[in-house]
Design a protein around this ligand. Structure first.
Ligand code: CP
Length: 308
């Protein structure tokens, strides 16, 4: 069982929690290889996926994880709902819970929204990404994918490249990787790297080529233009030229590194197709592992629910 009732952020998890999630995900990964990819473990549980912001991977991955565990699933999107009529977040969620929902998976554009909700409702909440703050299941599946490839995170050098400033994936990855003993470097344009990020325990290297030379894994992030309220670099072409990861760069390195990306990819901007689709890339392994990780999180939190 986990030490927490909700999965709000990686910050609140212990190393034991993370290791337990990985061990449980190992078991679920085996289930997912079978012809019948389902277990009836959560057949008495109803999960609501409430998404106030767009998503492809996270939303589908949670829904599949819930269905693979035998749970009943309801999906809610802010667009087309009564949110447009002025209904508050708490009213929306309480109305969904009144229909006897046990667990809520929520994505919201406001940083902190899941913590706010956790103070007002009884059901377990899983944060599926809140604003520029945290995206805990993404960080768990990223770390799990590195562990799968390299055996362990301890002492491994992971560079996170790109829009660190607006990325909830970056923050959750930093918390998760450091907890598991990896060395983390962030790289990208100075305008997209928060000034005090080093205080989290990471190195900062503005030169992407140098950052790549000193890592085992590069996790390349999307430029989040929708969160940039004023221009933070001149043009996408310039960004790609100075900070984009391309084949030539990788071929000039002394060793073959692992390439990751949480998706969606801006091809030709932060990552070229000849890298994204190469054998060094584990981008689709990340997506595959996401289902097992989310099954593990839901399963472990549902145990917490039963004893409380
Ligand atoms: N990685 C990720 O969060 O992707 P989506 O926005 O498509 O869910």
């Amino acid at each position: 069982m986990l030490s927490v009732k909700h999965l709000l952020g990686i910050k609140e998890l212990t190393v034991t929690d993370i290791e337990q999630i990985f061990k449980t995900a190992d078991n679920f990964k085996q289930v997912l290889q079978r012809q019948i990819k389902k277990v009836p473990t959560l057949r008495d549980t109803t999960v609501a996926n409430i998404f106030f912001e767009n998503s492809t991977r996270t939303r589908l991955s949670f829904e599949l994880a819930e269905k693979r565990l035998g749970a009943d699933v309801v999906n809610f999107s802010a667009s087309g709902s009564s949110v447009s009529k002025g209904e508050t977040l708490i009213d929306t969620v309480n109305n969904i819970l009144a229909m006897k929902v046990d667990m809520v998976v929520m994505r919201h554009s406001a940083s902190g929204a899941p913590w706010f909700l956790a103070q007002h409702i009884d059901a377990s909440i899983i944060n599926a990404g809140d604003g520029t703050n945290e995206h805990p299941t993404q960080a768990l599946l990223d770390a799990y994918s590195i562990r799968e490839k390299l055996g362990s995170l301890k002492g491994k050098r992971v560079t996170i490249i790109g829009d660190i400033m607006h990325s909830r994936v970056a923050l959750s990855n930093i918390f998760c990787l450091l907890k598991l003993g990896a060395e983390v470097t962030v790289s990208g344009p100075p305008t997209l790297i928060p000034k005090h990020v080093a205080s989290l325990g990471v190195k900062v290297e503005y030169n992407v080529k140098k950052a790549l030379e000193n890592c085992d894994v590069a996790n390349v992030l999307r430029i989040q233009l929708e969160r940039q309220h004023k221009p933070l670099f001149s043009t996408l072409r310039e960004y790609s030229l100075y900070y984009g990861v391309n084949r030539q760069m990788l071929d000039s390195l002394k060793k073959e590194i692992i390439i990751m990306h949480p998706g969606p990819i801006n091809r030709g901007v932060e990552l070229n197709s000849d890298v994204a689709d190469s054998k060094q890339s584990i981008i689709l392994d990340q997506v595959e592992n996401g289902v097992a990780i989310r099954m593990a999180v839901i399963y472990l939190l549902s145990g917490k629910r039963e004893v409380e």
